[in-house]
Each structure stands twice: as C-alpha cells, then as structure tokens.
Write a protein that binds this ligand. Structure first.
Ligand code: SF4
Length: 359
C-alpha cells in the first residue's frame, strides 16, 4: 500500500546538512548500515567532597558495537540498569560519549555541530516509555503533532498542516476528527499512538523506541508492536527497540542484543537467539518468558537467577554475569570472556562466555 505521506525527505535534509557541514572528510558510507556504532563507552563520573573529586566511574555502557540497516530493527533487551536506554541516548546524541564512534548515514555524530545535529534530528528521533508524561496536557493533538515541523520551520500552509495532522492520525489508527481533543481524553494505548504520530510528523528514517510498550496492558502492547511493524514496512524506517521483555522485543526485531551491566552478552538474529540461545543469561530470560500454552509452560525447565544485577560502579571481576550465573567457575570470576562471533560471517552470532567460545 502506498502511503499518502511523501517519503523520504532525506535528500533535502542531506543537502542542508552537507551545505552546513561541508562534509569535511568523510567517513566512508557503509552501503548496508544506516547506523554503525563502534566500541561505544559511556561512563558517568562519581564524585566526592566539596572539590568534587572523581572517585569512580559508573560504566553505564562499556564497549558496545552494532549496526542497524535501513528498514530493520535491532532489539536491545535487558533488566533495568543494564544500560540499554543509555545506548539509545548516545545514539540520539543526548550524551557526550566517553569514547567510541557513532556513524549515522555517513555522518560521525561526534563531529557534527549542534546546529547540524538539529537538522539531522528531523530524521533521527525517539519515542519514549511514558505516553502520560511525554504529551503536554495543555496542547491539543493537532499542536502536539505539528510541534516538530514548527520547530524545524517546515509546517507548511494551513491546508498542509491540516492534511499532515489527518494523515498522521490515520496512519497510527486514530480518528482524524480527534485532532482538537486533548491528551487526557485518550487511553494509554491511544496516547502512545499520538506519541508515534508526533514522531512520524518529521518523516524520520530512524527511531529509538525506548520501552514504548512497558507501561501498557499486555493486549495493548501487542497492538502497538503490530502498529510499529506495519509502519516499518510502509515507511522503511529503522528502529532500535529497547525493552526488558524478550518475547515482546522478539516480535519486531530482526536482530537482538542481550545487554547486562553495560555490555552485550549475546547478539544475533532474532530467530537464532530464541531457538539457540547460547549465553546463560539469555537462556534464563527465555526460560522466564511466559508461554500461552499452560501444558507446555508447566513442563519446561526454568533457570532462576539469584540476586540482583550488581552495581555498575563496582562490577564483578572477570565475567560481568559471574555473580548470578549457574555455571560460573574460577576462571569466570578472574577472567573477562571475549565477545566473539561463534556463527559465520553470513550469519553472525556474537557471545561473551568462556563456556561457549571455548577461548
Ligand atoms: Fe557464566 Fe562463566 Fe559464561 Fe560468564 S563466562 S556467562 S560466568 S559460564
């Protein structure tokens, strides 16, 4: 189905950014990856005393690499405190990286100026967890949707604005007649649809979806995930889809990274991860996921993880997961496992576990 909203507008943005940046020396543009993140580290200093002396670092993200292709989704799964939202914030350049590189469509995001970044933000955007908090209660839905285009000065004529609002509401499955209503008149799922319409109003190419279904009922979660999948197909938009429920993230992701204490423990394509999980942490997450069939659910073996995720200020020596892993041995407590590809070049399967890599 051809979508009525004109897409993409990217070349126009490209030209504008290129004019401003003059693409000094360009980072080679990968033909496949829209976003490429290499060795990303995001440490937050812990300070003490009046002089604010640095005494430690919170290693929120510690040497993470991945790429996302146009029209595809990378899911990032992990418990709260694992660093997955920080990865999203780094990609959106809301944080200044400790080290590493983020290349978005050929642009090194650490090199572009604030002004240039504002232009790129038209196509690199986010949707957040809480639809209740993220919508201004004093704005009607029309103004919510047009806020982004107005900030960027591309709202167009009155007629174009009207068309835009109607198209966006239709696109996310809401009644276009609802444009004059206010956020409190909608349910949680509907408000999340409004947040999605607001994000789409700038015709993005890449959206960081940060726990966008976590605050919703299970039945509504499925509707929103289906909506995001349909929009991806129609608009060829790429996502980073962050969540803590692997069974939800799996529904929309082409590849999934399992994150624990700032590091990727495992990364491969979604089906492979679900059918052949190699890392003990991934196995535990899958074994804990509910299965709708009670007979199957009753018969399967669960791996119960003891304790909580350790503090990122003081991560364990050796493997990050060693304090909770049922297979941990002396080596695990002393030596950090390498993050290696145990799959093939064509079907990579990265994992960080001594037991799996055999190294
Ligand atoms: Fe468990 Fe050791 Fe593998 Fe870490 S390296 S996941 S502690 S078996």
């Amino acid at each position: 189905m051809k979508h009525p909203v004109e897409l993409p507008i990217s070349q126009e943005i490209r030209n504008q950014v290129d004019k401003e940046i003059a693409r000094q020396e360009p980072v080679p543009k990968d033909s496949k990856a829209l976003l490429r993140v290499s060795n990303l580290k995001m440490y937050f200093p812990v300070t003490k005393g009046l002089l604010k002396r640095k005494v430690a670092d919170v290693k929120a993200v510690d040497d993470v690499s991945f790429f996302v292709c146009q029209g595809q989704t990378l899911g990032i799964v992990g418990e709260s405190g694992s660093g997955k939202s920080t990865v999203g914030n780094c990609v959106l350049r809301d944080l200044t990286l400790t080290s590493g590189q983020i290349i978005y469509d050929g642009y090194d995001l650490s090199q572009v100026s604030e002004k240039q970044m504002r232009t790129l933000r038209r196509e690199l955007t986010c949707i957040t967890q809480d639809p209740f908090a993220s919508l201004n209660p004093r704005m009607n839905i029309r103004d919510v949707i047009l806020e982004g285009p107005r900030v960027h000065g591309i709202e167009g004529s009155r007629k174009e604005q009207q068309d835009k609002v109607e198209q966006m509401l239709t696109l996310v499955g809401l009644n276009p007649q609802a444009a004059d209503r206010f956020p409190h008149e909608f349910s949680g799922g509907q408000r999340q649809r409004i947040s999605i319409a607001r994000a789409l109003a700038l015709n993005p190419k890449f959206i960081v979806c940060d726990e966008i279904v976590s605050a919703l009922d299970v039945s509504i979660q499925a509707q929103i995930v289906n909506l995001m999948s349909r929009l991806q197909e129609e608009l060829n938009v790429a996502y980073i889809f962050i969540g803590h429920d692997l069974s939800v993230v799996r529904q929309i992701s082409h590849n999934i990274a399992v994150m624990y204490l700032g590091k990727f423990m495992e990364l491969t394509d979604s089906d492979e991860l679900y059918t052949h999980p190699l890392h003990p942490y991934t196995q535990a997450l899958i074994s804990a996921a509910p299965i709708p069939n009670p007979t199957v659910d009753k018969g399967r073996q669960r791996i119960l993880l003891k304790g909580d995720i350790p503090s990122p200020i003081n991560p364990p020596k050796g493997c990050n997961f060693c304090t909770r892993c049922p297979y941990a041995n002396e080596r695990c407590r002393e030596e950090e496992p390498e993050y290696v590809n145990v799959g093939t070049d064509a079907h990579p399967h990265f994992v960080a576990c001594h037991m799996v890599s055999g190294k």
